[in-house]
Design a protein around this ligand. Sequence first.
Ligand code: GLC
Ligand code: CA
Length: 571
Amino acid sequence: MLATLTLMTPGSVAQGRAAQPDSGPWWRHAVIYEIYPRSFQDSNGDGIGDLNGITSRLDYLESLGVNAIWLSPVYPSPQVDFGYDISDYENIDPQYGTLADFDHLVQEAKKHNIRILMDMVMNHTSDKHKWFIESASSKTNPKRDWYVWRDGKGVDAKGKPIPPNNWVSLFGGSAWQYDPKTKQFYYHKFYRQQPDLNWRNPEVEKAMFGAVRFWLDRGVAGFRLDAVPTLFEDPKLRDEPVLGGTNAQGDPNLDDIYTNNLPEVHDVMRRLREVVNEYPGDRVLIGETYLPNVQELDKWYGGAKHDELQLPMDMQVGFINKLNASLFRKRIQDAETRIDGNQPLFVFDNHDNRRSWDRYGDGIHNEAIAKVVAVTLLTSHATALMYYGEEIGMVTSTPKRKQDVKDPIGITGWPKEKGRDGERTPMQWDSSKNAGFSTADKTWLPVASNYRTVNVKVEDSEPNSLLNWHKKLIAMRRSDPALRSGKQIMLDDINPSVLSYVRKGVNGGPSVVVALNFTNQTQTVSLDLTRAGVTGSTVKTLMTDAPALEGTSSLRHLTLPPFASWIGSVQ
Ligand code: GLC
Ligand code: CA
C-alpha cells in the first residue's frame, strides 16, 4: 500500500530518485540536520533567527549534503522553554515568520532535495495554550481532564498545600503546581509553564493527531517527537523510589519508573504510525528516546513488528562521552544486531547537551577527535543525525555570569547547572559582524568568541577543514553503495584503542574498511577481513587525515597516528 502511494507522488519520486540509486525509504540513508531556528540565520535584523533565514541558507545545506532538516519548534509560544512550550500547534510564531514563510521554506527546500521535519511536543503544552486555560478555569470544565489534575495531601504546618506525591520536575522542584483557584495541583514533568497532557483521555490523542495531520497536509516529511517516553504517568501516583543524593537542581535523585517510559505509550505510538502511514512519500517518525538499553530501544520500533517509530534515537552511542573503543564497538554492534532489523539512528549533538567538540575533545587534539566522531557517525550503517555547527566544530559557549543566562534551568540551577545556552549560540557563517548571523546590535545569545576562525567561509577555503571533512564524508556516504547500505561488521572483539569495521560491499562490489585511533598514542593494527567474509586484497585509501596513510595498500601493520582516521576501499 505504502509503496504504491509513494509512486503516485511525483514530487517524492523525483526527490527520491535523484539521491537513491538503490531501494528503500529515503530516511534509511539520510543525513538529518537539526536546526535550532533562533540561532541559524536572522533575516530581519532582530537578533533572532527565523524561517526566511533558513530558506536563505538552503544552498549551503545542499552543498553540505543533508537530506532533511529537523526544525526545533517554531509554533507560537511564550518561549519559556524556547518553543518547547507551545500555545498553538497549528501556526508559526511571529518571531520566526508566518505560515506562508513556512510553506515557502518547504517548497524551496524541495528544490534542494531537502525535506522538512517538525518537532512535535506531545507530552505537554504551554500553560498559555487555550486547552490549559480552559482546563484550569474550573473543576467542571470539559477540558479539565485534558491535563493531570489531582488533590494534594492536605496542608503542612504553615498551611501550605502538600503535593500528591514525591515526583520531581526534570527542570527542578516538585512536579506538581498548586492552583489556588480550583485548589488542586497539576503535573508538569518540565517547567511549571509546561503542564503535562493527560494521554489517558482519548480526546487529547484526537486533538494532537489533528495537529500532526495539519502539518502532514502541509507537506512535512515527518516529526521528531519531543520527550515522547514521558507521555504517561502511573495512575496510582505512587512515590518514585529515592536513589540517594541530589541532582544539579538540588532535588532528590529519583528512579523515574512511574513517570517515564510506561508501556502504555506504545499503543499511542502504533496509532500515530497508522496516521503517518496514511500519507504518501515515506513520512517518518523520529523519537527523542533516551533509554537505558537496546532492549528498550527495540520496543520503540515495535520490535519485529516494525509498527511504531521508524527512527527512535539511539542515545547509547553518541552520548558515551569518551572515546572508548570497546564501548563504541559493543553499542554499535548492538544497534546493528539487536533491534530486529530496524534502522538505527545515531546522534552526537543536539540543543540539550554540551557540544560533542567539548564532550569528546581532550583540549589538544580536538579537531582530529571531531573527525573521528564524524567518521563514526557518517560511515555507520545508522541514519545520521547532526546538529547545526557540528560540521564546523562549534564549541560550547556557556555563560560566565548568571545574569547572562537565558535558559531557565541555568538560572535556577546556577552554578551547578548553567543551562543549555552554550550549545545554542548563533551559527558561525563568516568573520563579519555577528558571524554573519544577524545585522542586529545584540543577538539573542552572544556569538561564540572564536567565530573569526571557526566559520563556514573560512573552512570552505581550507581543504583539510572539519567542514570539508564532513562534506566529503556525506558525499561518499551518498554515492558509495557499501556506505549507503552495506552491513556494518566489526573487525575485532577486543582492541581497546582502535575501532575498526567493514561496511560490506553490495552485490559483489567493493567493501569499505574504517580504522579509527581512539587514543592519543600511535597504534598499529593488522586487519583481518575474512571474519567479515571479505576476501579482496586490493586496498585503496578513500579518506584519511594522516598524510602517511594516503598510500596505504595493505591492511597488515596499518600505523595510525594519535586520533587518526583512515577509510579505504577493498576489492
Ligand atoms: C526535550 C527537548 C528540550 C525541552 C524538553 C521539554 O528534551 O529537547 O529542549 O526542554 O524536551 O520539552
Ligand atoms: Ca507526561
